[in-house]
Write a protein that binds this ligand. Structure first.
Ligand code: C2E
Ligand code: MG
Ligand code: MG
Length: 714
């Protein structure tokens, strides 16, 4: 506790504050209810005590006044008595002495008795007391005006008993004025005592209490930073002690509040700016640091730094197959490894579920952003992540941009790094891409294409072309693949151009627009196929391409079922073509969906087989009907033995699993012969027909005689 001695300067200041507080104290005292109550009680108590004393002394006072009268009377009467008792006839008191006695003293009547109590004579005013026996000798009589008393022989030193009637008129007045005076003194005394008490109360009780109240008030107004003056009151007395204690509590409270607030602010800051899983900065803080970093700091006029964004490849699979605990542990380990591998000045942030961003200054000019990116990808690749006693080989795609080379706006640098990252993912992942303006142009082009594609869907610029599929052994037309066409109107002579699905399908997939587009395709294809029969009366199957986004839609099975019913197409005449990438996502869900689709009677084909991450295990798990060898293998089969053997392997694999195998991209008779030789079941390609509009396909269907040799001439 701070004592006033310890802080003289502060104490002086606070004393003036206190005296400012206390100058108002006299009025405060009179206003103070508690002072009034105490004072009133004290005042009444003093009054009551004094009234008691008065009531006890009043009788004494009256008696002593009466005694004074008696004494005077006795000393006046005694000398008058004739002591010559020989003369029995002579009066005991001479007449003339009595007259003088009655005239000059308050004695107004006398009765004289002999010592054996015989009345001898009475003088003046008649007396009330009659002396009859010894007991009468002690009688007195008082009626407020007169006082009668018996003088015995020993009182008078004469052998007589005398009853004196004394005028006592003055006694009540004396008693009255005695009471009056006493009451006045009592009042004055009480007033004095209470006033002194009030001042004492004010000084020792009220002032400290008011001081404490004022301090508490200030403290409640600003409890976190209370401006409390040092107490001028002695901490060794009860109130001074209480004030000191209150001050200590206020200071403790303030300290606690500051601590709690500080901790809460820290917590809020952490939640707002840090990722709780890895403890790394989050996207918000990263962007903030990026802007800070981009500002010249005075020492270095133009800062230069690399911004790297990193996305883990197929991380979702790990989460789905191994559980989130494993996923989380891997993310933490990646955060740690990145942090450890990068210099102190670098910022490592977790910016998304499986996304990290890194910013590192390029001071020396020798290292480039790309080199940093390469270093990071190697850090991730260098050795597997060991989590729960399992090793996980993680791969990442990395985008790199440089400030200020790629953009002067720090936000834009981050966007550029993201653009480069997307390019890395598109280019097959597990690689580093450095931002280039071409990427940006490609992105702009895509945005434009997306806008145009939305229009296209609404203004019927989309149509379906059909490409026939044949049974290689019998030559029969067994189906057709529905292929989307976008004829985009323009000012050219042809009135528009065809945009390749290879260009717009990825854009539609990335934006989710593939879902409504795919639904439209499915409807159109089923309606068209319901009319397809060969001249011999066989129904013809339609193959519809289904992209991943569509496949993972929650209601895909119900949707397919409804479309089939609305179109009146038997489910066996619909085939869905999915690529292997579909199996990479949620394996359990994929199995279920495929089984339910298969349950409807719909056939499933794996498109572009051989190009994806093929896994033999899913071929057995999934209800698949057909493998579609990718056209790249067919195209090169005749001049590249590797591709030929891949095609051969796929046919063998399909057959060993009891699946049909279809080849696409069959362009020549040689291709056909090769496939025939390998035992491939079905074919599709330009050798037979290019994709054609629906009406042309109906004509084709009606005109085809079931013999593949008709295509030999073409
Ligand atoms: P895909 O499913 O592998 O379709 C086969 C592609 O090969 C088609 O290209 C077809 O025109 C082409 N093709 C057929 N025979 C030959 C040939 O002998 N030689 C050559 N060089 N090419 C041949 P298209 O129509 O450009 O389609 C490209 C891709 O676009 C398709 O590949 C498919 O993945 C996607 N696509 C097309 N329509 C749709 C659709 O409706 N929905 C979805 N999700 N994707 C579609
Ligand atoms: Mg296809
Ligand atoms: Mg294909």
């Amino acid at each position: 506790m701070s004592s006033p001695e310890a802080k003289p300067r502060k104490a002086r200041k606070t004393r003036s504050q206190v005296s400012r507080l206390l100058t108002s104290s006299p009025t405060q005292i009179w206003k103070s209810r508690i002072s009034w109550r105490i004072t009133l009680v004290v005042f009444l108590t003093i009054m009551a005590v004094q009234a008691g004393i008065l009531s006890m002394t009043i009788r004494d006072y009256e008696n002593s006044r009466l005694n004074e009268l008696v004494e005077t009377a006795r000393s006046s009467i005694a000398p008058l008595i004739n002591s010559r008792i020989m003369d029995l006839l002579a009066p005991p008191i001479p007449e003339e002495s009595l007259e003088r006695l009655f005239a000059t003293t308050k004695v107004k009547g006398v009765a004289v008795y002999s010592s054996d109590l015989n009345l001898i004579r009475t003088y003046g005013a008649p007396t009330v007391i009659t002396v009859l026996d010894v007991s009468s000798l002690y009688k007195t009589h008082y009626d407020g005006n007169w006082y009668e008393v018996v003088f015995r022989p020993q009182d008078l030193r004469r052998p007589f008993v005398i009853v004196a009637r004394i005028d006592a008129e003055t006694v009540p007045r004396q008693v009255y004025s005695y009471v009056e005076q006493t009451i006045l003194i009592m009042l004055l005394m009480s007033a004095f005592v209470t006033s002194v008490l009030m001042v004492a109360l004010g000084h020792w009780l009220l002032e400290p209490i008011l001081f404490m109240r004022q301090t508490l008030l200030t403290a409640t107004e600003n409890p976190e930073n209370p401006k409390i003056p040092d107490s001028p009151f002695d901490p060794n007395d009860e109130i001074g002690g209480a004030i000191a204690l209150a001050h200590r509590l206020i200071r403790q409270n303030a300290e606690n509040m500051r601590q709690i607030k500080g901790a809460a602010e820290d917590q809020i800051h952490k939640l707002a700016y840090y990722d709780s899983l890895t403890g790394l900065p989050n996207r918000t803080l990263f962007v903030q640091k990026l802007s800070d970093q981009a500002r010249p700091d005075g020492i270095e006029s133009q800062p230069r730094f690399a911004v790297i964004t990193l996305d883990l490849d197929h991380f979702k699979d790990i989460n789905d197959s191994m559980g989130h605990n494993v996923g989380d542990a891997i993310l933490r380990a990646i955060g740690k490894r990145l942090r450890a591998a990068l210099p102190e000045q670098a910022t490592v942030a977790r910016t998304g579920e499986d996304e990290f961003a890194i910013m590192t200054p390029l001071r020396d000019g020798a290292t480039t952003a790309r080199e940093v990116g390469e270093r990071i990808i190697n850090v991730i690749r260098s050795h597997p992540f060991s989590v729960f006693n399992e090793n996980f080989q993680i791969r990442a795609s990395i985008g790199v941009a440089t400030f200020p080379d790629d953009a002067v706006d720090p936000d834009q640098v981050l966007k550029n790094a993201d653009i480069a990252l997307n390019r890395a993912k598109e280019d097959g992942r597990d690689s580093v891409r450095e931002y280039s303006e071409d990427f940006d142009r490609a992105v702009q082009h895509r945005f434009q294409m997306l806008r145009d594609l939305r229009d296209a869907l609404e203004s019927n610029q989309l149509s379906l072309y059909y490409q026939p599929q044949f049974d290689l052994r019998s030559g029969r037309l067994i189906g057709a693949e529905a292929l989307l066409r976008w004829f985009k109107p323009d000012n050219s002579k042809q009135g528009g151009t065809f945009i390749s699905p290879a260009d717009f399908i990825p854009v539609a997939e990335q934006s989710g627009l593939i879902v409504p587009i795919g639904e439209w395709v499915m409807q159109q294809a089923c309606i068209a196929a319901a009319k397809w029969t060969t001249p011999e009366g066989h129904g013809v199957r339609v193959a519809v391409n289904l992209s991943g986004a569509q496949f993972h839609q929650s209601d895909i099975v119900a949707y397919v079922d409804r479309v089939l019913q609305e179109a009146g197409l038997p489910p066996t005449r619909l085939e869905l073509e999915v690529t292997e990438s579909v199996f990479m996502d949620d394996i359990q869900h994929t199995v279920q969906t495929l089984q339910r689709l298969h349950g409807l009677g719909v056939e499933i084909a794996i498109d572009d087989f051989g190009t994806g991450y093929s896994s033999l295990s899913y071929l057995r798990q999934f209800p698949i009907d057909r493998l579609k060898i990718d056209q790249s293998f067919i195209r090169n089969a005749l001049n590249n033995p590797d591709d030929a053997s891949i095609a051969r392997t796929i046919v063998g694999l399909g057959h060993s699993l009891n699946l049909k195998v279809i080849a696409e991209g069959v362009e020549t008779k040689d291709h056909e012969n090769f496939l025939k030789g390998e035992g491939c079941d079905e074919v599709q390609g330009y050798r037979y027909a290019r994709p054609m509009p629906g009406d042309k396909f109906l004509e084709f269907l009606a005109g085809y005689n079931g013999d593949l040799s008709v295509f030999d001439k073409a």
